[in-house]
Design a protein around this ligand. Structure first.
Ligand SMILES: [Zn+2]
Length: 448
């Protein structure tokens, strides 16, 4: 079995055992075998990681990876423009090959940026072929992926049932589970409409389906008025809520709902930068913290913003500090004596909380013996990083893609010395550009 000894790095474990100012990590197969100040191992590939900070692989808890070929196109759109132009427009002309190349390129970029686990919320999949293509992209990338099977949201056509009255396609969900559940790097889950975007009958059907199949049910909550405002009460009364339910955004929830859902163990994913940009409102980070909980974070849309998860951590941290600072100033007339949230907590949102959202905290999200070997080497000797006074502060506040030196997923190097391994980028990017051009031209958004 392959063994790798990563030697001489500063190690941020995000685990109870604490950090190591200098330490070694032994990886055997796909598993972290040992983490200690100094390890003596004879039969391992030795990697000199001096000058690096090792962190757990980042978890992107929410991204619509199918939009990678539309990068930046929606940068100035509000949520209303996004629904109209993306879901009712551009999304309708995607073929399976568009999902494949967008998902492959988007997932590879995640690895490049230090993400080792991606929750791919795929809701532009009209046919089984679209699903197969997206999953092929995920598998080819080598990222650890959770494929959240969603449903498209086109404008209703005469004689057709509108999307909010359409139950989640259980047969297709079952096919995907049967084909893929249990693969080492892929899990299948349900991206359902939920009471915000569907009728009560559909919400009940979809939540029962997720429960029956043992899947996480993730849903968007926010963006305009809820279609079934009382739906949550009914779902709870039916015993359909619990730690397998993930709410994305969540702004429209009342404090009492949020408190109740926290007590039920439900998870919450914020897309802080996109929420602020498109008009959702402020991320619910502070409201969750008041109930002793925290969000996982997601990029949401590369059609709007960058795929870098450390940027998401910084934005979410800055946003919540700003709200907290303002509240303090209003209450006390002066600047608060210290920050409400530290950088380590922000790092936990993109590691531990992401793992928790996927109910995979026993496998990923921190560095500890027995867990999966998903890790990132951050090069701390670079111009924008020196000097390092506090490794966590440096990772959260200073680190960019330029400093992501190496990335390991399940014990395999996917990036070394700043370069993705085993990827021929020029033809892949040419295919991505061609896909983006075809889709935008089909809708007349750019001249043919
Ligand atoms: Zn989303």
């Amino acid at each position: 079995m392959n063994r790798t000894l990563i030697r001489g790095a500063a190690i941020i474990t995000m685990d109870r055992q604490g950090d190591l100012p200098v330490g070694d990590i032994l990886v055997t197969g796909d598993t972290l075998e040992a983490i200690a100040p100094a390890l003596t191992v004879v039969d391992a590939d030795v990697v000199d990681a001096s000058g690096c900070i090792v962190i757990p692989g980042l978890v992107n808890a929410h991204m619509h990876t199918w939009q990678t070929a539309l990068r930046g196109l929606a940068a100035n759109w509000t949520l209303l423009e996004y629904f109209q132009k993306m879901h009712a427009g551009l999304a309708t002309v995607f073929g399976p090959e568009d999902l494949y190349i967008a998902t492959l390129a988007g997932a590879l970029n995640q690895i490049n940026c230090g993400t080792t686990t991606l929750a791919d919320w795929c809701h532009n999949n009209r046919t089984p072929e679209h699903n197969d293509a997206a999953i092929a992209g995920l598998l080819e990338s080598g990222i650890r992926a959770a494929f959240f099977h969603g449903t498209p949201k086109p404008d209703p056509r005469p004689g057709e049932r509108p999307f909010w009255e359409a139950p989640h396609p259980r047969t297709e969900m079952e096919r995907l589970v049967k084909t893929h559940q249990g693969r080492p790097l892929l899990s299948i889950h349900a991206a359902v409409l939920g009471p915000h975007y569907s009728t009560l009958e559909v919400a009940l059907h979809d939540f029962r389906m997720a429960r029956d199949l043992g899947l996480i049910a993730s849903l968007h909550q926010g963006g305009g008025a809820a279609r079934t405002p009382q739906g949550w009460d009914r779902l709870e009364a039916e015993g359909l809520l619990g730690d397998h339910v993930n709410i994305v955004h969540g702004h429209a929830l009342t404090d009492s709902q949020l408190q109740r859902f926290c007590a039920l163990g439900m998870s919450f994913s914020a897309a802080a930068e996109n929420e602020m940009s498109q008009g959702h409102g402020h991320p619910i980070t502070g409201r969750l913290r008041a109930f002793g909980r925290a969000p996982s974070l997601g990029v949401d849309l590369e059609s709007v913003l960058s795929g870098d998860m450390l940027t998401q951590a910084r934005v979410a941290l800055g946003m919540q500090r700003s709200l907290d600072n303002l509240a303090y100033r209003e209450a006390h007339g002066t600047i608060p004596p210290t920050s409400t949230i530290g950088t380590r907590e922000a790092l936990s949102w993109v590691t531990l909380e992401g793992a928790r959202m996927l109910k995979a905290e026993h496998r990923i999200g921190s560095l500890a013996p027995g867990k999966q070997a998903d890790l990132v080497l951050v090069r701390a000797t670079d111009l924008n990083m020196q000097p390092v006074h506090d490794v966590v502060n440096t990772v959260v506040m200073q680190t960019s893609l330029a400093n992501i030196d190496s990335v390991m997923v399940a014990g395999r190097w996917k990036k070394r010395s700043g370069q993705l391994l085993g990827v021929d980028l020029p033809p892949m990017l040419a295919a991505l550009r061609a896909s983006g051009q075809r889709i935008t031209q089909a809708l007349g958004l750019v001249p043919a």
